[in-house]
Design a protein around this ligand. Structure first.
Ligand code: KIV
Ligand code: ZN
Length: 512
């Protein structure tokens, strides 16, 4: 029987360290629920000590998300371990993941401590974590640049202190596959008590080798891979979950290893993470990019029509991309809509379903064809919107623009219970709309990013607009999807302003 490799998802912790990917508590909870459906073994829900927001997200995920082990990161410091445990208390299966660097570069220049001091802190903090939970993971940060004999000594000592998983990070993405595989094999051979712990890998993608290094590690005995959806993470990111999982599945003949991932949920999860973080995928991204199953050349199309095996090594349905491009139209009912959502991996509660269905009907009236991507955009937009209590709501929008006129926007927005009408001008229609919204809401925020993505092809495509706003130390992303790009822009801006209000309210609540 083949062995299986645990999938440890760190989208909500390392993934959130991608520039601009910060998520609020509701967004993290939405992703965590989807990760549970995807079948990941462990969710690293955050770094409890790092911020009140991370603490709250870990706490709510621990209390509300069933299935996976829920984990918090903690530096090798008593206050971090205490805080991690406080956040994780409600989880049926909590894990504390503590770490300290072991490379001389980090110890000398960053931590300014000796090897002996680092070893002592690692052992003490694993022991302290063990006082709270059975499941303790330890990471010797920058392991791939650490002196091997010292690394083995630390690993042996933390296992003795109770670590049940030892994670070997290639923190700066420096390793190459053969060398990383040898390191894992040497750990297996030279650490006498290694049989008492699971060996894990955590590879960064600075040289584009995160996935290759992770695979080399499992071939050499690692049995947990730390990875993120769409490969997001610090700098060039982490090993991409969808890639490692689909490689193990597609090339089971070569590695004979399984995962417990429900691969049909990969694509919806990838879309959800992209729409929440605002990080848009390159079209040629393996597995989940727009072109991953698109065949352009005549020779390839000819082969495919004769037999899919000629040019497709995976079935699109196996990752949750539906075969049919046309899914639903304006005559489709709620039942068909709910069934389609289920196929796409979304099981919505009644109030969310009703709102999403209303939006679908409006869209179906505007578009000839409604695609899966349109439906996913509605769900991502609507589900998250329901969770927020919206202070601002777009009621009406009219824009006048062209070659001979000054772009002018007229808007009606509900601010709390009051409807405010305003007219404004700008350098273009979006600028006019944004200036008018800013006047109505009196926002002090600064627009840091505005991007448009056509979700589906054709001139009647739904456009998805993402904006990033900053006010003080609050940074939020807002999204809006609509067939009219000006309306999508207004919705994205208003969505971001609602999130800002939510963050400010939460901050106030904490201060009271
Ligand atoms: O990259 C890294 O070394 C990490 C550790 C905290 C595991 O993220
Ligand atoms: Zn990392």
């Amino acid at each position: 029987m083949s062995e299986y490799v645990k999938i440890f998802d760190t989208t909500l912790r390392d993934g959130e360290q991608s520039p601009g990917a910060s998520m609020n508590v509701e967004e993290k909870l939405t992703i965590a629920r989807q990760l549970a459906k995807l079948g990941v073994d462990v969710i690293e829900a955050g770094f409890a000590f790092s911020s009140p927001g991370d603490f709250e997200a870990i706490q709510r995920i621990s209390n509300e998300v069933e299935g996976p082990v829920i984990c918090s990161l903690a530096r090798a410091k008593p206050e971090d371990i205490d805080r991690a445990w406080d956040a994780l208390k409600g989880a049926p299966r909590p894990r504390i993941h503590t770490f300290i660097s072991t490379s001389d570069i980090h110890l000398t220049y960053q931590f300014r401590i000796t090897r002996d001091e680092a070893l002592k802190r690692a052992v003490d903090m694993v022991g302290m974590a063990k006082g709270y939970v059975d499941d303790v993971e330890f990471s010797p940060m920058d392991a791939s640049r650490s002196e091997p004999s010292y690394l083995y000594e630390v690993i042996e000592a933390v296992i003795k202190a109770g670590a049940t998983t030892v994670n070997i990070p290639d923190t700066v993405g420096y390793a190459i596959p053969h060398e990383f595989g040898v390191l894992i094999n040497d750990i297996k051979m030279k650490v006498p008590n290694i049989g008492k712990a699971v060996i894990s890998t955590h590879c960064h993608n600075d040289l584009g080798l995160a996935v290759a290094n992770s695979l080399s590690a499992v071939v050499n005995g690692a049995r947990q891979i730390e990875c993120t959806i769409n490969g997001i993470g610090e700098r060039a990111g982490n090993a991409s979950l969808e890639e490692v999982v689909m490689i193990l599945k597609t090339r089971k003949d070569a590695m004979d290893l399984d995962t417990r991932i429900v691969t049909e949920n990969i694509y919806p999860t990838s879309r959800l993470v992209s729409s929440i973080t605002g990080i848009i995928l390159q079209p040629n991204k393996a597995i989940v990019g727009d072109n991953a199953f698109a065949h352009e050349s005549g020779i390839h199309q000819d082969g495919l029509l004769k037999d899919k095996m000629t040019y497709e090594i995976m079935k699109p349905e196996s990752i949750g991309i539906s075969q049919s491009t046309l899914v639903l139209g304006k005559h489709s009912g709620r039942h068909a809509f709910r069934e389609r959502l289920k196929e796409l991996g979304y099981d919505l509660k009644d109030d969310s379903l009703n709102k999403a269905f209303e939006r679908f009907k409006v869209l179906a009236d505007q578009k000839k064809e409604v695609f899966d991507e349109d439906i996913e955009a509605i769900v991502a937009d609507e589900v998250l919107r329901i969770e927020l209590q919206e202070k601002y709501k777009l009621i009406n929008l009219n824009v006048c623009s062209g070659t001979e006129v000054v772009p002018t926007a007229e808007l009606e927005i509900m601010v709390g219970k009051k409807c405010i009408k305003e007219k404004g001008q700008g350098d273009g229609p979006v600028d006019a709309v944004y200036k008018t919204i800013a006047t109505i809401t009196k926002t002090k925020s600064i627009l840091m990013k505005y991007s448009v993505n056509a979700i589906t092809g054709g001139t009647d495509a739904q456009g998805e607009v993402t904006v990033r706003l900053r006010e003080g130390d609050h940074i939020v992303l807002g999204q809006g999807a609509h067939t009219d790009i000006i309306v999508a822009s207004a919705k994205a801006y208003i969505n971001a302003l609602n999130k800002l209000e939510y963050k400010k309210m939460k901050r106030k609540e904490r201060l009271i």
